[in-house]
Design a protein around this ligand. Structure first.
Ligand code: PLP
Length: 381
C-alpha cells in the first residue's frame, strides 16, 4: 500500500509512506542483509528488482521513497555520508570546469571542494551568497557548471534566498544545488523554489538519533543528465548505504516532523533568551527578528527555523570554553540534529577558518526547553 502524496509530512513520515511488509503483515519493513539475489532454473531473477546489493536494496528504496516524498522530489538517492553525496554531485563536472560555492559554509564541504577543484583543474569561486548582488555577480562573472549554497549555513546561520539563487544560476547556464541539512526536508523545499538538486547530511536531523551516517541527493528532474550521471556513478563506484543503516534511518524519519517542530520552537525560545543575556554579544538564528535573513527565512521556512544556532559570548576563547565546560545537559560534541542537545566550540576544531574564538554553536534537541535554559543560565553565570 502506498499513501497518497497529498497527505501531510507527519502522516507520510509516521507511516513510512505506507509500507506494510508482505506476506508477514508487519507494520515495519524487515532488514534484508543479502548482498546477492538468486535466479530460477531459466536464469530469470526471482525478483527482477534485485540482482546485487551495490545497487539493489528494498530497504534503501523504501527510505529513498519516503525522503523523495517528504522533499516533494521525483527521486532521491541515499549515500553512505553527506560528504559522499556532495562528492557524487561534483564528480559530474568535467575537468577544467567552474564552480560557484557559498563562502563560510560547513568547513568539510569547503575543504573537500578546494582539494577536489585543485586536483581536477576546476576554478572554484567562493562568494558571499547571502548577499544577493554578490551571488548574481559571481554567477555572471564565472559561468559555473554548478552553483552550491547552504541555507541556513553552518555555523553562521546565514540565509540565502533560494529562488533568487536559482534565477542567478539558471541565467548563467548552471545548476543550483542546495545543502538543506539544517532545515531538513520538512522545514524547507528548495526544489519548489527552483533548485535543481537538494542535498542533506542525513546524519543530522533526518536520522535524528546520532547513530547513522548517511547522505541524500534529491531532484524533480530525474531524466536530467546530471542525475543520470550521479545514478550511474553511485551504481558503478559503489557509494551506497548499507541495509542496517537504511533501516535505522527509516525508523528515525518516522518522527522527523515531530522532532523538527519541537526543536524549532525550543531553539527560538533559547535564541530569544540568549539575545537578552548580558554576557552574550550576538546570536545567529534566522528565527530572530534581528537576523538579517529573517524575512527570507520566514518565507522559505514556514514551518520553523530549525535546531541550529550560534552565539558569541563576551570575551574570547577562554570565556567561551569556560561556558562550554560548565554545561551539564548539552553534550560537548560535534554534529547537529540529534534528539540530545549538543554544544561545540568550532574554533578549537577549525582554528584557521575564520570562526570567531568566542563563537559557541548549539544544536537544540528535544529536551524540555526550560531545562536547557537553566543549564545555559548556570554556565553563563
Ligand atoms: N553539510 C552540512 C551542512 C553539514 O553540517 C555536514 C556535517 O556536519 C555535512 C554536509 C557532511 O555530512 P556528513 O558528516 O554526513 O558526511
Amino acid at each position: 500500500m502506498t499513501l497518497p502524496n497529498e497527505l501531510k509530512a507527519a502522516t507520510l513520515a509516521a507511516q513510512a509512506g505506507g509500507v506494510i511488509d508482505m506476506p508477514s503483515g508487519g507494520v515495519t519493513p524487515p532488514i534484508q542483509p543479502s548482498t546477492t539475489f538468486v535466479r530460477d532454473e531459466d536464469y530469470a531473477l526471482v525478483n527482477p528488482d534485485n540482482i546485487y546489493s551495490r545497487d539493489n536494496s528494498d530497504i534503501v528504496r523504501i527510505a529513498e521513497n519516503v525522503l523523495a516524498r517528504l522533499e516533494g522530489a521525483e527521486e532521491a538517492l541515499l549515500f553512505p555520508s553527506g560528504m559522499a553525496a556532495i562528492a557524487a554531485l561534483f564528480r559530474t563536472l568535467p575537468n577544467g570546469g567552474s564552480i560557484v560555492v557559498q563562502s563560510g559554509i560547513y568547513w568539510g564541504t569547503t575543504k573537500w571542494l578546494r582539494d577536489f577543484s585543485a586536483r581536477r583543474n576546476i576554478a572554484l569561486h567562493e562568494v558571499e551568497a547571502a548577499d544577493p548582488e554578490a551571488l548574481a555577480r559571481g554567477c555572471r562573472d564565472h559561468t559555473p557548471g554548478i552553483v552550491f549554497i547552504e541555507t541556513p549555513s553552518n555555523p553562521w546561520l546565514k540565509t540565502v534566498d533560494i529562488a533568487h539563487a536559482a534565477k542567478c544560476a539558471h541565467a548563467a547556464g548552471a545548476l543550483l544545488a542546495v545543502d538543506s541539512t539544517a532545515a531538513t526536508p520538512v522545514l524547507q523545499k528548495p526544489l519548489e523554489l527552483g533548485a535543481d538538486i537538494v542535498m542533506h547530511s542525513a546524519t543530522k536531523g533526518i536520522n535524528g538519533h546520532s547513530d547513522v551516517l548517511a547522505g541524500v541527493l534529491a531532484t524533480s528532474a530525474p531524466a536530467a543528465r546530471v542525475w543520470t550521471d550521479i545514478k550511474a556513478d553511485r551504481h558503478d563506484a559503489g557509494a551506497v548505504l548499507g541495509s542496517f543503516e537504511a533501516w535505522l534511518l527509516l525508523r528515525g524519519m518516522r518522527t522527523l516532523p515531530l522532532r523538527m517542530e519541537r526543536m524549532s520552537s525550543s531553539a527560538l525560545k533559547i535564541a530569544n533568551w540568549l539575545e537578552a543575556h548580558p554576557k552574550v554579544a550576538d546570536v545567529f538564528y534566522p528565527g530572530l527578528e534581528s537576523h538579517p535573513g529573517h524575512e527570507i527565512a520566514s518565507a522559505q521556512m514556514p514551518g520553523g527555523y530549525g535546531c541550529l544556532l550560534s552565539f558569541l559570548v563576551q570575551g574570547g576563547a577562554p570565556e567561551a570554553l569556560a561556558v562550554v565546560g560548565k554545561l551539564r545537559l548539552f553534550h560537548r560534541a560535534t554534529s547537529l540534529g540529534g534528539v540530545e542537545s549538543l554544544v561545540e566550540h568550532r574554533h578549537t576544531i577549525e582554528p584557521h577558518t575564520g570562526i570567531p574564538e568566542n563563537l559557541i554553536r548549539v544544536s537544540v534537541g528535544i529536551e524540555d526547553a526550560d531545562d536547557l535554559i537553566a543549564d545555559l543560565t548556570r554556565a553563563l553565570g
